[in-house]
Each structure stands twice: as C-alpha cells, then as structure tokens.
Design a protein around this ligand. Structure first.
Ligand SMILES: [Zn+2]
Length: 595
C-alpha cells in the first residue's frame, strides 16, 4: 500500500513482533477482577440455542465447489451433519461446516438431539438465479463536487439494463449510455454520460443533478445526493474540510502515502482535480467527498496578528489569532512537535511563557508558510496534540500532558477514555454465524463497549461513549465526540468477517489497527492482552488509516476482537465470559500504557 519509509520499517517490525507474540512488555498478570456479574449485567445478546440452518436460508444454488454451511444448535446435544459430528462448533451452539459440492443437488441433514434439519444446495454449471431491478441507484454526484469550466463532468448511475436514462443539469439534457450490454433485460447495469462544464463565471452551484429513468413505459426522476459546482475559467476554487479528521495523501491516489490529517473547517484553494481527488494549495490530495466546495470568497491566507499561551492541569494551548484555517502538516517525536502552517504569515515568535512541556519554539518562515518546532523540555513527554479552528480565524493548538496512574484502588482516576462501539442503527456491521437471527456486529460491539465502560469506571476512569444504544453515528461524529473530550485513549470496537462465501472456520484471532506513531505501542499491548485474556490467537497490530483512528491527541486504535463466522470466536464474543475478559484486557492495556 505505501512506500517503506523509516516509519514503515518500524511499523512492519511491530506487526512482525506481534505476529510472533513477542511484542509488548513482560506480561503483567491480569488484575483479579471479581465483579463478573456487575460488569456483564447488561449483556443480553440474542442467542439461538436450538437447531437451525442460517446459511443457506432455504434452497440455494451456486457454481462454487464448496459451501460454508452455518447455523445454531442446542449446545447440550451432539450435532451431526450427514451422520458425522460437526467439528466447527462454539460453546453456545453455533456451528459452521465447509462442505464440498458435487454437480446437481447436494443434500445435508443436521441432527441435534431430537431435532433434524435438511437443506439442499444445487451446484449448477452456470451462475444461479439472475437478479433484476426496476429502479435507479448510485447516481453521482453522491456528495457536493466541483468541476472546472471546459472540463468533462461524468454522470454515472446503476439502472435496469435496456432502460433509457438521461440527466437534466443547468437546463440541459444529457443522454446516458449503458456501459456494457447485458444478456438479460432488467439486470442492474452501469450507465454513464459526459457533459462539458460551461463557463458561467464565478463558482456556481448547479444544484443536484436530476436523473430520468424510462423503463417499461414508466418514467421516474431521481435527484443526486450531492450538488455539482461549476468553476468558471480563471476562478479560484476554495474548499473546506468537512469531517473531524480526513486523510491528506501525497499523490492523487488513496494507495499513496499519507501526508497529513486535515481537520474540520480547514480551508485551502484547489490547484488541480484528478479523478475523485482535489490537490490543495498545500500540495497534498484529499478525497472530494471530504471537501466542501465554497461559493462565497472565504480567506485561505492566514495572517496571524498575535499568539498567546494558556494552560491547565491536562494541557497547554497556543492560540494563533489569524484570518485563515490552513490545512497543516505535523509530526511529533521524542524531541519536538513540528507543525507547518501553509499560507501563513505574521508569526515572528511563539511565547512559551510558563510552559512545562516546551522550552522553546523555533520559528522558520518559508516561501508560503511557517514551520514551528516546539522543542520538548528535558524529561517531558508530549502525550498528543490537536489543532482546531474556532471558525473566526483562530487556530488553537492543544498539547496534552501524559495521564498518570493514580494511587490506590482507582488507578484510572483523572484518565478519560473514549470507547467507540462500531456500527449502529441501519448499519448492522457484519452478520454473525447465525445471520440476522442472532447477534450482529453492532450488537456485540455495543454489549462489549458497555462492559468496557463498567470496567474502566470501576478503576476510576471517565468514559466517553460514542453511542450507548442502537443509534447510527457517523464516523466524523464519533471522532468529534472523542476529540471534544480530549480523551487520553480512543478504542474502537469491531468484529471481523472473512470474504462472503469463504470458509469461515479458517480465519480467527485478534487484529489491532493504529495510524499515529503514538498509538503503535498501545496497539501492541492491547493485542498481547487480548490474546492472554481471551485465549484467541494474535493476528497483528498493524498500521492503517481507519478514519476513527486518525487522532493525534491520544493513542487511538481499532480493535477487531475476533471473527464472526468462526463458531468458537463468535460464541465467545457473544458470551458474558468473553465480554468480561475483553473488558479486562482493555483496562489492563491502559494501565500498562500508564506505567
Ligand atoms: Zn466493523
């Protein structure tokens, strides 16, 4: 995915060490937690403990050579498949079997005590049943996007093969063509069409684009989610970053190296557009979906009039009163915090006043911006930092002190932990082995998060939850909740799933993902503690850019607790015992990080 930088080498090593189970410090025996009932009281996940086949649901046909049968059973009774005991089975009765198919009808009979179920799978030479549609979907733009005068704007949607599709934009009608001929009328097919953006001057919003579908004598209209913006020739296009944190890439491809993290509210001009990406004035590339085109003239030049310093027991802040909100680049290491503010002038010096963290700030003005090196004082550690904009031209840099382990029975007193239960609402996440009839990912992550909350509170911590019920919360909102709380740790909880239709018995184990250097060692510790607490295997602690982990203010990780299609792990993740142990592993990792 990305070129090996020195940073890359270190990360690779972390992953390798984790895989070898050698990572992290000498294991500290998990504290003897004796409050199982309290911590897991709220766990009430739907469990199916009678014989049922959840995959396939009813008759199935496929051209594949193998099939992953799954279901539930009464764990007290033996379970056989065509007379043979089923080996892939969890403690709560869920099961999976990877079966070979022969051409024609394949029949599988499950017996579990007195219960019996038979399913049949047709192995056909060709593909199974063909699905058709009568509606139009995925019509672009899916978000507000800008296109330059004279350039081609491409409209795309999915509609029934054989239909007629056209687009109305800026008072014009653009016919769309079906990209690929289809053997069967009505199957979902991609339609595209091009339109040369007119030069109407300025930066104009043309509003959502209207798609008209004519199919089987019916005519229906579908507006696009996003609006199209036309940028007149010679005009400067400004964009404002939408999400709490978004990745800035070095090149116009998301597989290129990450350059920076752009914060909500940052404004920059666009110097080039390629595919679905904008190149900003500061040189990096951002996804168009993360950047809102602006029509009114907003300032991107940041003229700083003064800088002042303030602090409290948790952090020190540097406030730059200016006129712009630049997309900055930054990194921290053992000696300094380095920040480059593009399009910025007026900073001659940065007062460090009574700073305990820094003994000086080196200011170096560059062609189009200013570099600041906040030099750490002897023996000081910077836990993390965050840059925010107040929306009136001020940029606030917050630099956090390391949280401390408190004495006594509340070692996490004064420590704030953000817990993010993955998915929620309409987004169920991945389905478990019992499909929609048992606990789904969103339910398992919430039940586990509530137990983690109880565990951490029992140790004195303040816990910030990004959701505490089955509500839908955007990734950006989850980031905002945790960032606003200036949490000392951020942990997103998820559960893994292999490729659909693959052998779910194979992949198992725990994965941890991190983005910032400050999160690498915590990721390794959490992996090691999850393995020693739950007994699941260690897959890796690995660098990646999951949106919710793009935090520089605290160690931030995404924990894949185990595999939902693996019966043993699924049942353990649904069990109070497994959830209790995960809660303890999370707590012990935080305690270890404070040592
Ligand atoms: Zn997930």
């Amino acid at each position: 995915m990305h070129k090996q930088t020195s940073k890359g080498w270190r990360r690779k090593t972390a992953a390798l060490l984790a895989a070898a189970g050698l990572f992290a410090c000498v294991p500290v025996p998990a504290a003897a937690y004796d409050d199982f009932e309290t911590v897991t009281a709220q766990v009430d996940l739907p469990l199916l403990q009678e014989l049922a086949v959840t995959r396939p649901e009813g008759k199935a046909s496929t051209s594949a050579a193998n099939y992953y049968l799954t279901g539930s059973s009464n764990p007290e009774e033996e379970l056989t498949l065509n007379g043979e005991p089923v080996s892939g089975r969890g403690a709560l009765g869920s099961w999976g079997a990877w079966v070979a198919l022969s051409p024609g009808e394949n029949t599988f009979t499950l017996r579990n005590g007195a219960a019996e179920e038979t399913v049949s799978i047709l192995k056909s030479a060709g593909a199974g049943e063909v699905e058709t549609t009568t509606v139009l979907t995925s019509q672009t733009p899916l978000y507000d996007v800008a296109a330059l005068a004279g350039e081609k704007a491409v409209f795309r949607c999915v509609a029934p093969a054989g239909a007629q599709v056209s687009v109305q934009v800026d008072g014009e009608t653009v016919p769309l063509r079906q990209k690929v001929a289809a053997a069967v009328e009505g199957v979902p097919a991609v339609f595209t069409g091009e339109w040369t953006v007119p030069d109407g001057g300025g930066v104009r919003s043309l509003g959502p684009v209207e798609y008209t579908l004519r199919y089987r004598g019916e005519t229906s209209v579908y507006p696009s989610e996003g609006a199209l913006y036309a940028v007149g020739s010679g005009e400067t296009l400004l964009v404002q970053m939408k999400d709490t944190s978004s990745t800035v890439f070095r090149e116009s491809s998301t597989s290129s190296n990450f350059m920076a993290t752009a914060k909500a509210g940052a404004v920059d001009y666009v110097q080039a557009i390629e595919g679905n990406m904008y190149q900003l004035g500061m040189g990096g590339w951002v996804l168009q979906q993360n950047a809102q085109p602006l029509t009114e003239a907003a300032g991107y030049q940041n003229r700083v009039s003064d800088v002042w310093f303030e602090s409290d027991e948790k952090a020190e802040r540097f406030i730059f009163n200016g006129t712009g909100q630049p997309v900055f680049t930054a990194y921290q290491d053992a000696e300094r915090l380095h920040i480059f503010f593009p399009h910025t002038s007026g900073i001659d010096a940065v007062p460090t006043g009574s700073s305990r963290l820094f003994d000086s700030v080196r200011v170096s003005r560059q062609e189009d911006g200013v570099s600041l090196d906040f030099m750490l004082s002897e023996g000081q550690t910077l836990w993390g930092y965050v840059v925010e904009y107040d929306g009136e031209g001020s940029t606030i840099l917050t630099c956090k002190f390391p949280p401390r382990r408190a004495k006594g029975s509340q070692p996490l007193a004064g420590v704030t932990v953000a817990i993010d239960p993955g998915h929620g609402g309409e987004d169920s996440g991945a389905l478990g082995i019992t499909a929609t009839r048992g606990a789904t990912e969103k339910q398992i992550t919430l039940a586990t998060a509530l137990a983690v909350e109880k565990r951490l509170q029992s140790l004195g911590a303040s816990v910030v939850m990004t959701r505490r019920d089955d509500s839908a919360v955007s990734l950006s909102e989850r980031q905002r909740i945790a960032e606003q709380a200036k949490a000392d740790f951020f942990i997103a909880l998820h559960a893994n799933a292999p490729a659909a239709g693959s052998n779910g018995l194979k992949p198992n184990g725990v994965e941890v993902y991190y983005y910032e250097d400050i999160s690498a060692s915590f990721a390794g510790t959490l992996l090691e503690r999850m393995v020693s607490e739950t007994g699941r295997s260690a897959r890796w602690a690995r660098y990646s850019n999951f949106k919710v982990t793009l935090n520089s203010y605290a160690p931030s990780v995404l924990l894949e607790m185990g595999f939902l299609q693996n019966p043993a792990e699924y049942d353990d993740m649904c069990s109070r015992r497994g959830i209790f142990r995960t809660a303890n592993a999370v707590a012990d990792s935080i305690l270890a990080a404070l040592d």
